[in-house]
Ligand binder design. Structure first.
Ligand SMILES: Nc1ncnc2c1ncn2[C@@H]1O[C@H](COP(=O)(O)OP(=O)(O)OP(=O)(O)O)[C@@H](O)[C@H]1O
Length: 272
């Protein structure tokens, strides 16, 4: 089986000798929705940076659709793997929002008509057409984040990585972002996020990856987060939907499923 991303035995030590990753291996199937969870400093960003060559493996290797990431193919890898930084200031530099979003497709040497078409479509997707001529540096954090996401969407990557996906977004912007993700999912894209929001990860992800101290402690479905020992050991918390039903035999995956269970119980109680 060819994976969208295959990480084998990578370790990473920063120049100041901080050991951030120890022998990490992870295989991500095409079309998966992966959420990486773990305490501050456990290595989530460092791991994600390896997916598009922002960091190169010091030991082990990273393959994207079967191609090993190295200095020679970084450009091709970055066309396949779009990366949205936790802090959008890290990726916004042009004089206008439109120019910022156009930068990626222009770099792919697409003709100007296609570049503008992609920039317009991406701005429309994230609802920032009204900001097209503004300098990105002057925007609010949430607006900047949308510009950064539009810049990645305009490149048409197969894999999208969102580091600390919801940081700085208000509830409505979060919902809109996850609508965009649902649309990308339907297009068969592989989506990888890091987050501290266990509720979001529980409800959204097809695969959860739990990290601690530069290592992967567990991978699996959202049910992993019902494991109280794992949750306590990795400084996470049980998702609220799981916690509320933890003493029962019900296993709702989402608030919607939980509501359906409560409604059914309510109906039963009113009959009795
Ligand atoms: N540029 C750097 N130089 C030295 N050490 C670094 C650097 N960047 C990160 N680290 C260290 O590497 C380890 C992993 O950091 P990383 O940012 O990957 O964690 P994280 O899980 O993404 O954290 P958070 O949830 O706080 O964003 C930490 O100990 C951190 O201090």
């Amino acid at each position: 089986m060819q994976y969208a991303a295959e990480i084998k035995g990578i370790s990473y030590c920063y120049p100041d000798s901080t050991k951030a990753l120890h022998q990490v291996s992870l295989s991500i199937p095409e079309g998966a929705k992966v959420a990486i969870l773990g305490a501050n400093g456990c290595g989530k960003s460092t791991l994600l940076y390896h997916l598009n060559g922002l960091l190169l493996a010091q030991t082990g290797n990273v393959k994207i659709f079967g191609s090993e990431v190295n200095e020679e193919n970084i450009q091709q890898i970055r066309e396949k793997v779009g990366f949205v930084f936790a802090n959008p200031d890290s990726q916004l530099f042009a004089t206008s929002v439109r120019e910022d979003i156009a930068f990626g497709p222009r770099n792919q040497r697409l003709n100007e008509e296609e570049v503008q078409m992609r920039a317009n479509k991406a701005m429309e997707q994230v609802g920032i057409k009204n900001l097209a001529e503004r300098p990105p540096q002057n925007l609010s954090l949430g607006q900047k984040k949308r510009v950064a996401i539009a810049g990645v969407l305009a490149m048409h990557p197969d894999i999208l990585v969102f580091d600390e996906i919801t940081v700085g977004l208000d509830p409505a912007s979060k919902r809109e972002l996850f609508e965009i993700l649902a649309n990308l999912e339907q297009q068969g894209k592989t989506l990888i996020i890091s987050t501290h929001d266990v509720d979001l990860a529980f409800q959204w992800a097809s695969e959860i990856v739990v990290m601690a101290d530069g290592k992967i402690c567990a991978t699996g479905s959202g049910d992993l987060l019902r494991d109280k020992e794992l949750v306590a050991r990795t400084a996470l918390e049980t998702p609220q939907v799981a916690e509320i039903f933890s003493e029962t035999s019900y296993r709702p995956k989402s608030v919607t499923e939980a509501k359906q269970i409560v409604n059914r119980l309510d109906e039963k109680a009113s009959i009795l």
